[in-house]
Design a protein around this ligand. Structure first.
Ligand code: DAT
Ligand code: MG
Length: 154
């Protein structure tokens, strides 16, 4: 539905490299609606929970450290619109940037799986979990009507 929502994040390497505006801009220009936005250094607890399904992987500790060490913050976002979960993943490109096509965020800006600059929810279930985890406070996700909507969605 057009109310579908996903959690997208710019990871610390993307923030450090000045790619926040580009990543926001791609979603904004496509016509998706920004309904949540925050800048934070995530706690270990938050990062552990966010990546809980990867906790047995050999790269897990390095992944959580890179997300939480505070050398740069993370930009967390909630984007809304038709098929935004699947299309958000398409716009990010493959997890391993070496397999990400040109025109995707990872395919355009990065080279290494451990520094792939962005995150996007991979299913309706993970979108719900991640939005609640990162934007669980009252009013942190904002419902608003875009005046563009009739020109973008029919
Ligand atoms: P995605 O971020 O595309 O959803 P994922 O959920 O499988 O990918 O993994 C989460 C992050 O973990 C990924 O963005 C980068 C890191 N990662 C995944 N596989 C890795 C690997 N083999 N070596 C190092 N980091 C890895
Ligand atoms: Mg994932």
């Amino acid at each position: 539905t057009s109310k579908e929502r996903t959690f997208i994040a710019v990871k610390p390497d993307g923030v450090q490299r000045g790619l926040v505006s580009d990543i926001i801009g791609r979603f904004e220009r496509r016509g998706y609606k920004l309904v949540g936005l925050k800048l934070l250094v995530p706690s270990k607890a938050l990062a552990n929970e966010h990546y809980a399904d990867l906790s047995s992987k050999p790269f897990f500790k390095g992944l959580v450290d890179y997300m939480t060490n505070g050398k740069a913050p993370v930009v967390g976002m909630v984007w809304e619109g038709p098929s935004v979960i699947k299309q958000g993943r398409m716009m990010l490109g493959a997890t391993d940037p070496r397999a990400a096509g040109p025109g995707t965020i990872r395919g355009d800006y990065c080279l290494s799986i451990g520094r792939n600059i962005c995150h996007g929810s991979d299913s309706a279930e993970s979108a719900e979990k991640e939005i609640n985890l990162w934007f669980g406070g009252k009013g942190e996700v904002v419902n608003w009507a875009s005046n563009n909507e009739e020109w973008v969605i029919s």
